[in-house]
Design a binder for this molecule. Structure first.
Ligand code: ANZ
Ligand code: ZN
Length: 832
């Protein structure tokens, strides 16, 4: 069979069909056989794959193929994160149904992914918008509800007027909707929440156990998001009222310096405090304006501080001094208690606020360097708050204490009168899972006038999303769909109404990796035997943009499912790789910039192998990757070069195993054999070491070059050397460019597909060189180089070194005092 011209399309189509027919990527749990679960974050079925997808899935595919060749039972599934707003918006725009739009996109994208030759077990494909999938998360919802992990409450929510829906805090970016960039408003609504805060401590603690497997950057982001602070709650009496205000502070040591009080515009006591004031209306207006301000902006350091006096004061419990109560724009409800004791000398925000409203400052923490000189920091000298540690002053019985131990001492002192206690506070909020949208999983609850919110009985699941809905701009059609809404109360049988909110789509992506272990199970959500075998995911791969949202929810969900007895793992993802972005001309690819490279066009022109090769060769996976047209052409040229090499040697090569060649005769064969084994060593090491595919590929390219260099010499005399090297090159390159490697492998005469072959192992002894190069120095300066037999005796090496022409010149008229030989490396001659 003559090879002919390299035609990627034909080769790729052929092998994709063969892999599919042989089912070589279909796996089952095999207790006793080591497993490896590699997963790429599943895509939203937008309809078109982009370069980010190609990068993500190509990285995952090399890992999967590499591990499989290393003998692991590899689970490598793919599916669709199919619910969500874009489908609804697209359906509105194109006057179609979100389901139709979504399923058509899934079909398109599946075809595109298959065209790239990824080693997925396609039998396990899932789409989260199918009732067979979301049925189970409705079941989880009910279990969580029963346990109190899901609850309903009225609360200010982020409302996006553009999408007409509530957004989670994580979906608000710089005060704008993450999807449509509308300004997000605050609104009070009844919502369903998941008590992720119950797991705050565990989520924080386990970040340490994830250790090396997770990028430090991601762990830090999660740590900050959870935001644990140790502090205290202190209670203040309101003057002239039978009321108190409690604050959360991380600095109880500064209590003696608290000269006023700042409360949030949403604080429940605002009305009571201002009742009867002449300017009450003005204050109300101010509070409303602040409430509608974006929360992120309100929390930003550079916010222009603004406030209004409420007309009331409270009393500092340790100094007895009056503290006027202000409404302040930077104090947020929902963090701590929504009230802050203001210490303008030691908190920068309070400092700025006091400057604006001319409020008293009082120094209570003295800088150690002043204390050492017997001086005290003066308020007049301050241009900003002093926030560093120091010694307490003007603090009564606590004077002279260091501020750290003073925290506890002051809280204990207040505790005696019930006015203070140590607490821990988290920045993390409970997860709002209600969405007022159509294209999502229905929340399985029914509202009855008599019985309240009644869970849908489990045997009535799934609550199926009605398919006959007409989506519209003005929000979800569900509330107006009588056939969906009107239902009998499961408890008392009276007419009742269904919940019309759907679940946040992050609910689906929080457990899909579990479902892949047993995706077609109709009896139960998760089969523990299969789960115990496959979980956790050994290598998870996706974008850094999911560092907080998805990854935190998935970790939480795994723990919640564990506590319900569904899962036996504490963490879902043992190792995480966040791949870098694909850039063009230094910027992110985007439609508006017109710099989008369409992978389908690349595949059509150069083939899937060249596209994969380029994207893996251009940069290490975690780094940004700059798209370059020359780059993909280069990748294509290399594959052609490989192809031509095989063509050149057609008829000369035998179907050898990698490293089959062991007894070289000529120098050329010796060198080639060394290169062959050294390439295995390098490629294996580079893939193991943080998946450095770029250098691994470079090593294979060198091997191919070496073969070109010696092929004419060896083709007739020692063709076994070439057969062996060729087998190795193809095997090592096959995870990256699988189709062409399979094809050439087959033309060598092999009958077993490369994809199912073992990863080659190099022979240490093949890496021992017969000859080594030594450097000669005279008094530390390099004066020559020479070849010597490997591990030659010292005196022999010394003799050759001294005999070197250039060396001899530098020894003339001098006495050799000492010769130092570092075996196989260096000879240093010391002369005087
Ligand atoms: C008095 C004080 C004195 C404070 C001082 C700081 C320095 P972290 O570390 O982020 O937890 N605070 C409390 N609740 C707040 C709210 N709802 N909105 C805005 N600020 C709030 O921050 C805790 C500190 O942030 C608390 O400690 C409180 O100010 C403020 F020299 O209390 B501190
Ligand atoms: Zn009822």
């Amino acid at each position: 069979m003559a090879l002919g011209k390299y035609n990627p399309e034909a080769v790729e189509e052929k092998w994709q069909r063969k892999w599919q027919e042989s089912g070589c990527f279909e796996v089952e749990a095999e207790p006793g056989k080591p497993k490896y679960y590699v997963l790429e974050m599943f895509p939203y079925p937008s309809g078109k794959i982009h370069m980010g997808h190609v990068r993500n899935y190509s990285i995952g595919d090399v890992v999967a193929r590499f591990k499989s060749m290393q003998g692991f039972n590899v689970l490598h599934p793919m599916g669709w994160d199919a619910f969500g707003l874009p489908a609804e918006n697209a359906a509105i725009k194109h006057d179609t149904h979100p389901a139709k739009w979504t399923y058509a996109n899934i079909d398109d994208m599946r075809t595109q992914l298959k065209r790239l030759g990824y080693s997925y077990d396609w039998r396990r494909e899932i789409a989260t918008c199918r009732p067979e999938y979301y049925k189970w998360e409705q079941q989880f919802f009910l279990k969580f509800l029963e346990k109190g992990l899901v609850y309903r409450k009225k609360s200010p929510v982020n409302w996006c007027p553009g999408c007409a829906t509530v957004l989670a805090n994580e979906q608000v970016e710089d005060g704008l909707c993450w999807r449509c960039d509308s300004e997000v408003e605050q609104k009070d609504m009844e919502q369903w929440f998941l008590r992720i805060t119950d797991y705050a401590d565990e989520l924080l603690r386990d970040l340490d156990t994830l250790g090396e497997g997770w990028p430090e950057r991601v762990r830090t982001m999660q740590r900050n998001w959870i935001g644990k602070s140790y502090g205290a709650e202190l209670t203040f009496q309101v003057k002239g009222m039978d009321k108190t205000i409690t604050v959360f502070t991380t600095r109880p040591d500064t209590l003696h310096g608290a000269t006023f009080m700042s409360i949030a515009a949403e604080h429940p006591m605002v009305e009571e405090l201002i009742a009867g004031l002449d300017n009450a209306d003005e204050i109300r207006e101010f509070a409303t304006r602040i409430r509608n301000m974006d929360r992120i902006k309100r929390g930003a350091d550079d916010l222009e501080k603004e406030g209004m006096f409420t007309g009331r004061s409270c009393v500092n419990p340790v100094t007895g001094e009056e503290m006027p109560i202000y409404i302040a724009n930077f104090v947020l409800m929902g963090y701590g208690t929504g009230a802050v004791m203001a210490v303008p000398a030691h908190d920068q925000r309070d400092f700025e606020f006091s400057a604006k409203y001319d409020l008293r400052r009082k120094v209570v923490i003295n800088p150690p360097e002043l204390a050492a000189k017997g001086e005290v920091l003066k308020v007049e000298d301050m241009t900003e708050a002093y926030t560093d540690p120091g010694i307490l002053v003007a603090s009564g019985q606590f004077d002279g204490m260091e501020n750290e131990p003073a925290k506890k001492a002051i809280v204990e002192h207040l505790d005696k009168s019930g006015l203070g206690r140590m607490t821990v506070n988290y920045r993390l909020r409970d997860w709002n899972i209600s969405r007022q949208r159509y294209w999502g999983a229905p929340i399985p609850v029914i509202y009855c006038d008599d019985c309240g919110a009644v869970p849908v009985p489990e045997d009535q699941l799934p609550v199926t999303l009605p398919e006959d809905a007409q989506v519209r701009e003005s929000g979800s059609p569900l509330p107006d769909m009588e056939s969906f809404v009107n239902v009998a109360c499961p408890k008392c049988g009276k007419p009742a109404r269904r919940e019309t909110d759907t679940l946040d789509t992050f609910f689906e992506s929080s457990w899909y990796f579990c479902r892949y272990c047993d995706p077609r199970n109709e009896e139960q959500a998760l089969d523990s035997t299969k789960l115990d075998y496959w979980m956790p995911v050994d290598q998870y791969i996706g974008g850094i943009e999911h560092a907080i949202l998805h990854l935190l929810y998935a970790r939480f969900f795994t723990k919640a499912l564990r506590d319900e007895g569904f899962v036996n793992n504490d963490e879902p993802f043992a190792n995480l790789l966040t791949q870098g972005m694909v850039l063009k001309d230094g910027g992110k690819m985007s439609k508006s910039k017109g710099n989008v490279v369409d992978p389908n066009a690349m595949i059509a022109e150069y083939g899937a192998d060249a596209t994969r090769l380029f994207i893996l060769f251009a940069a290490p996976p975690i780094k940004e990757l700059e798209w370059s047209d020359q780059g993909i052409e280069g990748a294509f040229r290399f594959l052609n070069r490989l192809w031509r090499l095989a063509e050149n040697l057609e008829g000369k090569l035998a179907p050898a195993d990698p490293c089959a060649f062991t007894a070289p005769k000529s120098d050329a064969a010796k060198k080639l054999r060394f290169k062959e084994h050294d390439t295995i060593r390098r490629v294996t090491r580079d893939i193991r070491n943080e998946f450095q595919f770029n250098t691994a590929i470079a090593a294979v390219m060198e091997l191919v070059n070496e073969m070109y260099g010696v092929k004419d010499q060896l083709a007739d005399s020692e063709p076994e050397a070439l057969s062996s090297a060729m087998a190795t090159a193809l095997t090592l390159l096959s995870p990256v460019a699988p189709h062409i490697c399979e094809e050439l492998w087959e033309t060598l005469g092999h009958t077993q597909a490369l994809a199912t072959r073992p990863w080659p192992e190099y022979d240490e002894s093949a890496l021992v060189k017969d000859e080594v190069t030594l450097v000669v120095q005279v008094n530390g300066k390099v004066r020559g180089k020479f070849q010597a037999p490997n591990n030659a005796p010292k005196d022999e090496v010394e003799k050759i070194a001294l005999g070197q022409e250039n060396v001899a010149k530098h020894l003339e008229g001098k006495t050799v005092r000492k010769v130092i030989v570092i075996p196989n490396k260096l000879v240093n001659i010391v002369v005087g």
